[in-house]
Write a protein that binds this ligand. Structure first.
Ligand SMILES: Nc1nc2c(c(=O)[nH]1)N[C@H]1C(S)=C(S)[C@@H](COP(=O)(O)O)O[C@H]1N2
Ligand SMILES: [Mo]
Length: 253
């Protein structure tokens, strides 16, 4: 928080209420503080910039709400009931997912590929948080896994890293977080749900959990993490989701 000035952004935000000139001023401030989201260019760009910058300055590094065990939903809603159609998925599933790969690469000192077994040997963290879909439904569950932060520390993130891209075995799904969100202690590489292995419908064997953002940022069936300083580059490489289907890149809740 220290490197940003809340006051300047608030001034900019208040000015924005005053109209288009204000919005431009706010965008200028956001830019100066490096708080411009990668989808700032489109029709909804100015709004996306304001939301992202305001949230980073006002909410900062606060935590998503955690719940008690009694509040865990009895009927969590798996968004997809069918496992991914990729042939590799069936093959890995038949072998109990033990060899499920998780690569970590890009701007890191020590690129590595873990197996699920290897990920499970890392220190485990659990949280009871709510998954909220942009379509209006939500549920509370206990999620267990290793913090993305721990994986990034093991890999040795280079100082110019700005984003972490994560790719799913469902080939058209990927997304990314800024480095603050990636290092946030509640951002998990998750393999357990409510005390059991993460069910296939919920992204088993491995998904990301980003409890401070909407459900679509919690990508399921992840196999690859790419640390980068430039999303344009990675979007060219991997295709543009989710701003492609008009979801904003930053989905803070
Ligand atoms: N690979 C993959 N990840 C995904 C999705 C998907 O269809 N495929 N759906 C997203 C959306 S829109 C939501 S709301 C959550 C739903 O998580 P759930 O199935 O555990 O309820 O997963 C997200 N991650
Ligand atoms: Mo969703």
């Amino acid at each position: 928080m220290s490197k940003y000035s809340r006051r300047k952004l608030l001034t900019g935000g208040a000015a924005a209420i005053g109209g288009v000139a204000g919005l431009a001023a706010a965008a200028g401030i956001a830019k100066r503080y490096g708080l411009v989201p990668p989808d700032s260019g489109g029709l909804y760009g100015p709004g996306a910039t304001l939301t992202y910058a305001a949230s980073r300055l006002l909410v900062g590094n606060s935590k998503a709400r955690e719940f008690s065990r009694e509040q865990i939903s009895t009927h969590p809603f798996p968004n997809s009931r069918k496992p991914p159609e990729e042939e590799a998925y069936g093959r890995l599933q038949a072998a109990g997912f033990r060899e499920w790969p998780l690569a970590i690469e890009g701007l890191v000192a020590r690129p590595a590929t873990y197996t699920l077994e290897g990920v499970r040997r890392l220190p485990v963290t659990s949280q009871i948080t709510q998954l909220t879909c942009e379509e209006g439904w939500s549920f509370i569950a206990e999620w267990s896994g290793v913090t993305l932060r721990h994986l990034l520390e093991l890999a040795g993130v280079q100082p110019r890293a700005r984003y972490v891209v994560y790719l799913s075995m469902e080939s058209w799904w990927h997304d990314s977080l800024d480095i603050d969100e990636a290092l946030h202690p509640q951002t998990l590489v998750c393999y357990g749900m409510n005390g059991r292995d993460l069910p296939v419908g919920h992204g088993g064997p491995l998904r990301l959990r980003v409890p401070r953002q909407l459900g679509y940022k919690s990508v399921k069936y992840i196999t690859r993490l790419v640390v980068t300083d430039d999303l344009e580059k990675t979007w060219k490489q991997f295709g543009k989701t989710p701003p492609d289907f008009e979801y904003s890149w930053f989905a803070g809740i």
